[in-house]
Design a protein around this ligand. Structure first.
Ligand SMILES: Nc1c(NC[C@H](O)[C@H](O)[C@H](O)CO)[nH]c(=O)[nH]c1=O
Ligand SMILES: CC(=O)[C@@H](O)COP(=O)(O)O
Length: 140
């Protein structure tokens, strides 16, 4: 059994609930434990994962959030920098699946958050578990 930490940026409750449900479904179907940690926004997710990873209390992480484009350049910063920082953590050997939606509008968010549609929460959990399996394979 692996210990999975979902780190969510709770900007949009409805979408996050769906994304987390999808991620939980995947992890619990394989018998893994799941905890959820909430941070203010997507830009805080990488730092929270880094801190949690240092505690050595978790085996893999799923980043969950929704970034919807507004009027300013801030979308590019939040979307791009959260993804870049998460990628940097994975390159340091931390198993992370990135389930942060970066979309243009609510309709796009719903389709991707819904576990019965594109299920990006479940897909990001699968990615985290895949990296964890690689850790086990290469550590052996
Ligand atoms: N606009 C969205 C944000 N913005 C907040 C930032 O992520 C960050 O919390 C703030 O800049 C303070 O450091 N976050 C989201 O997750 N989604 C958004 O749509
Ligand atoms: C993704 C964002 O930062 C967005 O929610 C903020 O909207 P705005 O660019 O109109 O301030």
């Amino acid at each position: 059994m692996a210990r999975i930490l979902i780190v969510e940026a709770r900007f949009y409750d409805e979408y996050n609930d769906l994304l987390i449900a999808g991620a939980r479904r995947v992890c619990e179907a394989e018998g893994h434990s799941v905890e959820v940690l909430t941070v203010p926004g997507a830009l805080e997710i990488p730092g929270a994962i880094a801190l949690a990873a240092e505690s050595e209390s978790y085996d893999a992480f799923v980043a969950i959030g929704v970034v919807i484009r507004g009027e300013t350049y801030h979308f590019e910063i939040v979307a791009g920098e959260s993804a870049r920082a998460i990628m940097a953590l994975t390159m340091d050997g931390i198993a992370i699946g990135n389930g942060i939606l970066t979309v243009e509008n609510d309709a796009q968010a719903m389709v991707r958050a819904d576990p019965e549609q594109k299920d990006k929460g479940g897909e990001s959990a699968k990615a985290a578990l895949a990296l964890l399996a690689l850790q086990d394979r290469f550590a052996a």
